[in-house]
Ligand binder design. Structure first.
Ligand code: PMP
Length: 275
């Protein structure tokens, strides 16, 4: 386990964040999570691009250029000596006495490299249970903001009631999971929620759409309802950490045959081919 704070690799348990740090006090920052396979970060350019976009959207200038970020990440992975790691990094508006107004200080950059969290194999074999919840988040969900309070509460609520993920419904349409994008297969067509400020543009989501295109699988970025999801032939969630994870139930109702679907399994296999 390796940490990095403002220019230095550090022991992950070393206290380095002053009390007057805006990530810590306001959640005033943005972040990324990248996974490594055989010590290589998957889709790193895509993650760095989204990181830059998120930072720009909240008017933070990244303290490093893309190439510098890359070399910090690669060095962190090397130092951690992990094949399958989860690389977390964030930028915040910096260290300054608590005040809502932007301070005139450099941003803080933090990174950690830890062993990748393991998702139990049975989740892929049986699919996971999900619940639908009303989307109570803010209006800019395309920004990967540190502010995850609604997501945390919804995910905990889902897990407390025996589910794996909570899926947000907004204005009568499915948005995304608390930490995943949602896909549906109906009549051999792949559907996923279109990119608007309602959802995060998932890197895994994009990779899956690209794979579908290459495989000649018809895909539609179209909004769909909870009813459409419940009557799907197959459904799955996608994210950096779960890759492609079949949905078994939505609000207790079985999706399709109740077993992971053929298209879902195929897309997961093809996705693993990228790793
Ligand atoms: N939506 C939300 C709200 C998320 O937190 C995540 C996980 N980062 C995703 C979607 C999936 O994004 P990605 O595939 O880039 O991990």
């Amino acid at each position: 386990n390796i940490g990095f704070f403002n220019g230095e690799f550090i022991d992950i348990n070393k206290a380095v964040i002053p009390i007057d740090e805006r990530g810590h006090q306001f959640g005033d920052g943005v972040y990324e999570v990248v996974k490594t396979y055989h010590s290589v970060p998957l889709l790193l350019d895509e993650h760095l691009e989204r990181f830059e976009k998120s930072a720009t959207a909240i008017h933070i200038r990244l303290p490093y250029k893309k190439a510098e970020l890359k070399s910090i990440i690669v060095e962190g992975i090397e130092r951690a000596g992990l094949e399958n790691a989860e690389v977390y990094f964030q930028v915040t508006r910096g260290i300054a006495p608590r005040n809502h107004l932007f301070p005139d200080v450099p941003p803080s950059f933090t990174l950690t490299v830890k062993p990748a969290r393991k998702i139990a194999e049975r989740n892929y074999e049986s699919g996971v249970q999900t619940i639908i919840v009303e989307d109570d988040r803010w209006a800019k969900c395309h920004i990967k903001s540190l502010n995850l309070l609604p997501n945390i509460l919804a995910k905990q609520n889902a897990v407390n009631s025996g589910n794996f993920e909570a899926i947000y419904e907004k204005d009568g349409f499915i948005a995304e999971g608390t930490s995943s994008n949602v896909f549906v297969v109906k009549n051999a067509v792949l559907y996923t929620t279109p990119l608007t400020s309602n959802i995060l543009p998932g890197i895994t989501r994009e990779a899956i759409l690209q794979i579908a295109k290459e495989e000649g699988i018809e895909s539609k970025e179209e909004r769909f309802t909870k009813d459409f999801l419940m009557n799907a032939d197959e459904a799955f969630i996608s994210s950096t950490s779960v890759e492609v994870l079949p949905i078994r139930t939505v609000d207790g109702q079985i999706i399709g045959s109740g077993n992971p679907g053929e298209m879902t399994k195929k897309l997961h296999q093809l996705f693993k081919g990228l790793c």
